[in-house]
Design a protein around this ligand. Sequence first.
Ligand SMILES: CC(C)(COP(=O)(O)OP(=O)(O)OC[C@H]1O[C@@H](n2cnc3c(N)ncnc32)[C@H](O)[C@@H]1OP(=O)(O)O)[C@@H](O)C(=O)NCCC(=O)NCCS
Length: 133
Amino acid sequence: MSHKPTDNAPSPRGTLSLQTIAMPKDANANGDIFGGWLVSQMDLAAGVSARKQARGRVATVAIDAMVFLQPVKIGDIIGCYTEIHSIGRSSMRILVEVWETNDLDGHQSKLTEGIFTFVAIDDEGRTRPVPRD
Ligand SMILES: CC(C)(COP(=O)(O)OP(=O)(O)OC[C@H]1O[C@@H](n2cnc3c(N)ncnc32)[C@H](O)[C@@H]1OP(=O)(O)O)[C@@H](O)C(=O)NCCC(=O)NCCS
C-alpha cells in the first residue's frame, strides 16, 4: 500500500524512538545531508519499535516509497517518531515520521515519513509470530 506524506501536520505522530544530530560526515559537498542517512536513522527507529513489539530479533523486509519534504542541514537535531500501523502474523508495518526541532524557538517541522515493514525472526532467521499485546 502506498503512503503519501504531507507536511501540514502540526506535530509528530507516535513515540520518539530515536533522536540524533546530523554531522558533517553525513553530508554531501553542498552541506546537505544524504537521503540515505535519514533512511538509515528511520530504519533504526522502526527497529527499536519492532523489537519492543516482537520481544526479540527482527529484520527489515520492505520500505515503502518515501518523499523528502525539506533538506536536512549539518547540525540539525532530528527526531524519528514511530507508531505501529498494523500487525500481521510475523510482520509489522511501522509508520516513521522525521521531524526537525529548531533550537531557538522549539518549532518542529516534518522532514519525511515512511512505512517500514519488519518481520519477527527466530535465532535461525525463520519468521515467528508477533505478540499482539
Ligand atoms: C524477512 C524474511 C525472513 C521473510 O522471509 P519470507 O520467506 O519472505 O517469509 P514470508 O513470505 O512468510 O513473509 C513473512 C512476512 O513478511 C511479509 N513480507 C514478505 N515480503 C514482503 C514485502 N516485500 N513487503 C511487505 N511485506 C512482506 C509477508 O507478508 C509476511 O507477513 P505475515 O507473516 O504478517 O503474513 C526474509 O525475506 C529475509 O530474511 N529477508 C532479509 C531481511 C534482511 O536481511 N533485512 C535487512 C537487509 S540489510
